[in-house]
Design a protein around this ligand. Structure first.
Ligand code: NAD
Length: 564
């Protein structure tokens, strides 16, 4: 007998117990009486049929009783492995509670402990041992219709450094957010880790480490491997969107330049971060009433995030009519060697556009006094470096100074929300990478923004998938950024928020997807025809975490066609 397949090309389970062991089809105790009879599940489940709402209650009761966040992470990953539909229902309904667990900050801890908490393999591993056969290996993935890949080589996981194969938690988590926040169908998502080795000595000595025991391959050998991966991924999954995530910055910029015109690809650490921070800056200007062209933005950290943000700020200024060279002068950088100025040593090509003619400054404190920034953006991965003596003077340069401490996870933030508000007597407009609780000062409550990339990349991905875009451009991210800033309500701004509340994420992702789709059509980058009702068309594609009825009339699977 030929196997039956569903619309995603997946083979349906054959025997009763297989329905329970397949996370895509499993409904657990919610299989109805009719399904239990027809699918051969009678006896394999306790007699009572639970509703999905009751199942959600059970998961949440368990979740809240766990002793720590790592345990909660393990619980959620295990649920995802057992029952994907229920996992997404729980995450969608409790997004604010779930986000810090399935993504930053807890995912950072989970990556560090990946070998210890490992239960079942999730995602897809390629390694330097697959050289010459990557396409063949990729065909082992059971789903033919993959639309979005998130790939890492594990070299710069959040602000935690090289975690090698343990980095898999990041593509897995990011793709969960594509589904939870923008309704990309989970079976169309493929998390990939390319294991090229690690420089992390502790991992190389750890018997539980899951990766190759070798130092990182680099140079031409690395480039050839990435080239083979990009070719193979596009061959096996034509038109797939490939998101680069947490690569070391020496590779991230190069790979983006190499592939942005040859594949449908982007780097979230550079472009996604750029867009989310730009949206925060635009919202902050709505709060302060200032103009972007009048700002002096000082970045602490000149890596993927900092340069990505500065590039988008300058693009908007250029859009508004400022010559690019002038626009760049609004952005200043301090890296580990001090203020980046013209003629300084240790300047990579990416930093050069921001090396202005100015006296040198050895450190951030000196740079703050010299540049007198109206906005200070921390993307250094260096914890507690925004001290009182750095934050306090900002109130002299701006009525509402912007302080974004974006380094992740929480332990790496340049300062806390409480510090930023206290040291500026409540005048700071604050956002961070990982969440902070609201702060009450002199009877007024300030709600910190979380400059989480999740506001941007799921919506961009949905726009790309819905239009079958051939490329991802910076213009799409600027459209996404402007859309995000425009969605912040006056009531949210009044609380000090520079981003919409996370509970609005579906509305946000849909609006971004529509704006990005408009950009894709106007740039003639779509491979699919423009539907008459663009909003309705995109909305209809969004995955809903609901159980299908496998035997609506007691007859198995009328809606699924036999294979072949
Ligand atoms: P990166 O490795 O590319 O860059 C880090 C930069 O910090 C480098 O320029 C480095 O020179 C600089 N740096 C290191 N030590 C320093 C020191 N002592 N003084 C001054 N500068 C120093 O990393 P990245 O991708 O740019 O990420 C940086 C941080 O930003 C990470 O913690 C990451 O988690 C965070 N981040 C947050 C968001 C967000 O909130 N949405 C997004 C992306 C990255």
């Amino acid at each position: 007998m030929k196997p039956k397949i569903n619309h995603s090309g997946l083979a349906l389970p054959v025997k009763g117990v297989d329905w329970l062991h397949n996370p895509i089809f499993n409904k657990g105790t919610a299989f109805t009486d009719a399904e239990r009879d027809v699918l051969g599940l009678r006896g394999l489940l306790p007699p009572h049929v639970h509703t999905m709402e009751e199942q959600v209650l059970r998961v949440m009761a368990n979740f809240r009783s766990k002793p720590n966040n790592l345990e909660r992470y393990v619980q959620m990953v295990s649920l995802q492995d057992r029952n994907e539909t229920l996992f997404y229902r729980v995450v969608t309904e409790h997004l604010e509670e779930m986000l810090p667990i399935i993504y930053t900050p807890t995912v950072g801890k989970a990556c560090q402990e990946y070998g210890y908490i490992f239960r079942r393999s999730r995602g897809f591993y390629l390694s330097s041992e697959d050289r010459g056969r990557m396409a063949q290996v990729l065909r082992n993935w059971p789903v033919p219709d993959v639309r979005v890949i998130v790939v890492t080589d594990g070299e710069r996981i959040l602000g935690l450094g090289d975690l090698g194969a343990y980095g898999m938690g990041i593509p897995v988590g990011k793709l969960s957010l594509y589904t939870a926040c923008a309704g990309i169908n989970p079976v169309q998502c493929l998390p990939i880790t390319i294991d090229v080795g690690t420089e992390n000595e502790a991992l190389l000595k750890d018997p539980l480490y899951t990766g190759l025991r070798q130092t990182r391959i680099r140079g031409a050998e690395y480039d050839a491997l990435l080239e083979e991966f990009m070719t193979a991924a596009q061959q096996v999954f034509p038109g797939v969107l490939i998101q680069f995530e947490d690569f070391g910055n020496h590779n991230a910029f190069r790979l983006l330049e190499r592939y942005r015109d040859r594949a449908c690809t982007f780097n979230d650490d550079i472009q996604g971060t750029g867009a989310v921070a730009l949206a925060g800056v635009l919202s902050a200007l709505r709060l302060s009433g200032g103009k972007l062209a009048d700002q002096r933005v000082l970045f602490f950290g000149a890596g993927e995030a900092g340069l990505g943000i500065a590039d988008q700020i300058t693009e908007v200024l250029a859009d508004e009519g400022l010559p690019l060279a002038e626009a760049r002068k609004r952005c200043w950088f301090v890296d580990s060697k001090g203020l980046i100025v013209h003629g300084r040593e240790f300047l990579t090509a990416n930093k050069l556009p921001y090396a202005h003619t100015h006296e040198g400054c050895p450190d951030l404190l000196a740079a703050v006094h010299s540049i007198r920034p109206t906005m200070l953006i921390g993307v250094s991965g260096q914890p507690r470096t925004f001290t009182k003596e750095i934050i306090q003077p900002l109130t002299q340069y701006s009525r509402r100074p912007v302080v974004f401490a974006l380094s992740n996870p929480t332990s790496k933030a340049e300062c806390t929300a409480e510090e930023a508000y206290t040291w500026t007597e409540g005048r700071a407009i604050f956002a961070s990478g990982s969440p902070f609780e609201p702060v009450t000062l002199a009877g007024r409550t300030h709600v910190p923004g979380q400059g989480n990339n999740v506001y941007i990349f799921p919506g961009v991905g949905l726009g790309v998938v819905a239009t079958g875009a051939r490329r991802v451009t910076d213009a799409m991210f600027i459209r996404a950024s402007r859309t995000l800033a425009s969605l912040v309500r006056e009531s949210e701004l009044a609380e000090g928020r520079v981003y919409p509340t996370l509970t609005r994420i579906h509305e946000v992702s849909l609006a971004i997807a529509v704006a990005v789709a408009e950009e894709i059509y106007s740039a003639k980058l779509a491979t699919l025809p423009r539907p008459e009702d663009l909003v309705g068309h995109i909305k209809a594609q969004m995955f809903k975490p609901e159980y299908p009825d496998y035997c609506p009339h007691g007859i198995p699977h009328m809606t699924f066609a036999p294979a072949g």
